[in-house]
Write a protein that binds this ligand. Structure first.
Ligand code: AMP
Ligand code: ZN
Ligand code: ZN
Length: 413
């Protein structure tokens, strides 16, 4: 029989070898390329975190960057703004001008529920994952409006069809699992999306107990993400940006504008209702409908396409309808029929209003090796995030409506 006794020298050698291996298991053996995780808390108004217990957002602010607010693009709706954040383009330039869009030539409608979100034809801009993939990087989206469609011939390397009910913690686990992939297949840009506190803000009202509790729930998910990054010793490798798409304001059944008090609804097609009504008059009816609506209500502004004030950036796109009516903050446009048959309409809260209202402001937090620590930014436009993300990923941005000038003061280099 062979002698299997281990000499003390060999023993020390083996222990040293094992401990070296275990350190190597914790610290990635090769250097991480620039990596960025973009997180969205849908409908988190700029001031919600002040009303909630949000240790993860607080950690982001203390160890990174917090903006006083993020200014939404018009209309302050989910799809238009998620696309603006990832393209740097105003909605009139990236094409997602509303959550409901009508193509009159082909009689096709884009809505969130009809599968149109998968169709390339609606998307005009270049989302950051396309810019990255074009330049040879891999990307991964655990949901982001537009991420399931092929855009400009590209898709994220890893993506998932939207599923509202997919458990939040599983989303975080998958993002962390993507970070664990070998260098050859690991994505450098990753997104993570949560539909709260938007949903609770609509149902229970902005700043309601339920909306604040919903923010606390998503903050816990952010905490797991940040913890997961720390467990992997990647806090000096991986950047995290947390944004929301818009704010939220209260509505009431007492602040309602009835369009059918002023026009005959059979003279028009309503593409979208409130707070931005997209109105398509029947042939020959444009002037009559416009004149009837123009000064009809003190809380409703009405414009013909091409005459929407410059600040909205909302004229220059084929699917913008001939008449755009915009209600003032808190006001809802509807018809008597709809109002009478929906006793719970309008919901307690909504968004979509002029981004100049502070209630429409969103959040921006950032942390990681690219960012200075414990710094703040004044309110800035969400068109500027795309350039920032391209800078972090060291890729060439496509033409866009934003600028790195706005955020470069919070960057390490
Ligand atoms: P909004 O009507 O502007 O409040 O839209 C918010 C809703 O958009 C959320 O409650 C989600 O259900 C929905 N949503 C978010 N991302 C996607 C997606 N990628 N595909 C389809 N629907 C989505
Ligand atoms: Zn939203
Ligand atoms: Zn919403």
């Amino acid at each position: 029989m062979r002698d299997t006794k281990i000499t003390p020298v060999l023993f020390i050698f083996i222990i040293t070898l094992l401990s070296t291996c275990s350190i190597h298991r914790q610290i990635p053996q090769e250097d991480f390329k620039p990596t960025l995780i973009l997180v969205s808390f849908d409908g988190c108004r700029y001031d919600y975190p002040n009303m909630a217990t949000t240790p993860a957002l607080d950690e982001m602010a203390a160890e990174g960057v917090k903006a006083d607010g993020l200014k939404t693009s018009f209309p302050s709706k989910t799809f238009p703004n998620h696309l603006t954040i990832v393209t740097g383009l105003y909605p009139e330039h990236h094409g997602i001008i509303a959550n409901r869009i009508y193509d009159d030539v082909n009689d096709e409608t884009y809505t969130l529920g009809n599968g149109a979100v998968l169709e390339s034809k609606w998307y005009q801009g270049e989302p950051v994952w396309v810019t990255a993939e074009r330049q040879g990087l891999r990307t991964a989206t655990f949901f982001w409006p537009g991420s399931e469609a092929e855009i400009g011939g590209y898709r994220p390397t890893y993506y998932k069809a939207y599923d509202n009910d997919f458990p939040y913690n599983k989303r975080v686990e998958q993002v962390l699992a993507w970070l664990d992939m070998p260098e050859a297949t690991r994505p450098q840009f990753l997104s993570l999306y949560f539909d709260e506190p938007d949903h609770s803000g609509h149902e229970f009202g902005p700043a309601s107990t339920e909306a604040i509790a919903a923010l606390e729930r998503v903050d816990k998910q952010l905490a797991s993400l940040l913890d997961g990054i720390e467990e992997r010793h990647l806090e000096d490798k991986v950047n995290v940006i947390v944004v929301s798409d818009h704010g939220m304001t209260s509505l009431s059944r007492d602040s309602v504008i009835f369009l059918d008090d002023y026009i005959n609804m059979s003279d028009i097609k309503m593409v979208d209702y409130s707070p931005v009504a997209a109105i398509r008059p029947n042939p020959g009816k444009l002037e009559e409908v416009y004149q009837a609506l123009k000064d009809a209500h003190p809380h409703m502004k009405v414009f013909k396409k091409g005459e929407v004030p410059e600040k909205y950036h909302y004229n220059d796109y084929k699917f913008i309808q001939p008449i755009i009516a915009i209600s003032d903050l808190h006001w809802t446009m509807t018809t008597h029929d709809f109002f009478n048959s929906h006793p719970n309409y309008p919901s307690k809260g909504t968004h979509g209003f002029d981004p100049d209202y502070q209630d429409m402001n969103a959040i921006f937090y950032a942390k990681g090796p690219a960012f200075k620590k414990g710094v703040s930014l004044p309110v800035f436009r969400n068109t500027n995030i795309y350039e920032l993300m391209c800078h972090i990923l060291e890729i060439q941005p496509a033409p866009n409506d934003g600028s790195l000038e706005v955020t470069k003061g919070v960057l390490e280099k």
